[in-house]
Design a protein. Sequence first.
Length: 98
Amino acid sequence: MAVVPGPADPKPSAIQCPGENTVEMRYCAEKSWEQSDAQLRQKVSKRLMEQWHEATKALCGAAYAPYKDGTIYPQLVVGCDDHLNRAVLKEFRGMGEQ
């Protein structure tokens, strides 16, 4: 009988964001992006969302190009995407909303 190893990622319930190491910080950054992305998808069309992803990918990639070969690069890009999503989501709020 073969033993199948479990996933390499830490269990989500064990992670307290923002995380204490690179793996946890990447996990937290991705979860935050997934949340902002889902919220933005509720506000705009599928086509506009595709265009937004293309734009943020290009912008964030350019912003963090000096770190492209580093292990932190994916986390920086995901964080950038999340920050841009959240900035746009603020624009959808009504006047007086926070």
